[in-house]
Design a protein around this ligand. Structure first.
Ligand SMILES: C[S@@+](CC[C@H](N)C(=O)[O-])C[C@H]1O[C@@H](n2cnc3c(N)ncnc32)[C@H](O)[C@@H]1O
Length: 206
């Protein structure tokens, strides 16, 4: 019985999968980039364009006052989307050299970018220091466990040193609890598979 379940793929599931695939291809073509996961042999999954649109539509900020950081930025799909706004800086942190190099190629070829300071850095996210400005932080399920705990406590330490506002976009928010228990953290908006938080740095001073 169980084996039969595994073999059966509902036709709607196939149609939906194909639809998402074509939307993503179209998105890449329109932006002059290649961010698909088909030729990648390590865990990597780019954010679907509909979540990217939702996140940027709901961000209540003036981009010129904020830096944008994607933790685990892969081939840079989210970086290119962020670079369409005049953020102070757009930076991706990616552990895989292969994905980081693909992101750098995408940054060079991307069309219609408004931010002039866009980069991918090849390093482990636990070693990354946040820009000193207010920031938008993006996470799409990049890591969990000790790595996530260390990244979040590094952010908290940075806020304590230099209190400032942060927004967090968290796609596939499996570790919502890790974020929401931080001082000054508040869930601002949610939809299925995507949360937007405001992290008030001034409240994080103990
Ligand atoms: C689900 S993909 C998301 C890619 C990209 N943010 C996007 O939405 O299109 C997660 C990425 O996190 C990267 N990653 C995993 N652990 C990491 C770590 N400790 N430091 C930096 N990047 C990491 C993976 O290599 C992968 O590219």
């Amino acid at each position: 019985m169980r084996a039969r379940h595994k073999l059966f793929i509902h036709p709607l599931q196939t149609i939906r999968g194909l639809w998402y695939y074509y939307v993503a291809c179209l998105y890449d073509w329109w932006n002059g980039i290649e961010t698909g996961k088909q030729d990648v042999h390590i865990p990597y999954d780019p954010t679907e364009p509909k979540y990217i649109r939702w996140a940027f539509r709901n961000l209540p900020v003036n981009p010129a006052d904020y830096a944008f950081v994607d933790f685990g930025s892969g081939k840079g799909r989210v970086l290119i989307a962020a670079a369409k706004f005049p953020f102070l800086q757009v930076v991706g942190v990616e552990r895989s050299k292969e994905l980081h190099e693909a992101a750098m190629i995408n940054i060079r070829s991307a069309k219609r970018m408004k931010c002039r300071d866009v980069t991918s850095i090849c390093m482990d996210a636990t070693e990354f220091s946040l820009p000193a400005s207010p920031c938008i932080l993006f996470f799409y399920n990049p890591f969990k466990g000790e790595t996530m705990d260390r990244v979040v406590s590094n952010i908290q330490a940075s806020l304590t040193r230099s209190p400032r506002p942060l927004f967090v976009i968290y796609v596939s928010p499996l570790l919502h609890e890790v974020f929401i228990r931080q001082h000054g953290m508040r869930l601002v908006k949610t939809r299925s598979w995507c949360n937007l938080y405001f992290w008030d740095g001034r409240l994080s001073i103990k």
